[in-house]
Design a binder for this molecule. Structure first.
Ligand SMILES: Nc1ncnc2c1ncn2[C@@H]1O[C@H](COP(=O)(O)OP(=O)(O)OP(=O)(O)O)[C@@H](O)[C@H]1O
Length: 112
């Protein structure tokens, strides 16, 4: 199993959620975060206002999936989150040791 962490533009959240649902991702976690990438000194538009790149509001989407689904899920996120402008975000993929579904006691890929 892998955890896909995507840092995206906040206004892209709905599209990313829909795009992941289309490839049968059944759960995800969303957190409002702030951050910056490589484009320091450039400006980025956020809700019509131009920010000098400092800490910009972003949304972090975390989704844990079976290894066989990683590529499809990553593609779905990219398709939905990409504008082609700076600050589109980044995707990190990490190994997940174990998943336990609390209600049923299922573990591993059955639990995601
Ligand atoms: N190396 C990193 N480690 C942790 N978080 C990062 C890293 N790079 C980017 N992020 C997070 O991802 C967000 C979006 O990154 P951003 O798209 O600005 O990266 P970039 O490298 O500048 O890409 P771009 O060329 O598209 O602007 C940042 O605001 C930050 O929260």
């Amino acid at each position: 199993m892998k955890q896909i962490t995507a840092i995206i533009k906040p206004f892209k959240l709905d599209e990313v959620r829909e795009s992941l649902a289309e490839v049968n991702v059944t759960g995800l976690t969303v957190t409002e975060v702030k951050g910056f990438g490589r484009q320091k000194g450039h400006t980025e538009l956020y809700r019509g206002a131009e920010y000098v790149v400092d800490f910009l509001p972003k949304v972090k989407v975390e989704v844990v999936v079976d290894d066989s689904v990683v590529e499809t899920a990553v593609d779905a996120i990219i398709k939905a989150a990409r504008t082609g402008k700076i600050g589109d975000g980044k995707i990190f993929v990490q190994n997940i040791e174990q998943v336990i579904r609390i209600r049923t006691g299922e573990t591993g890929p059955d639990a995601v």
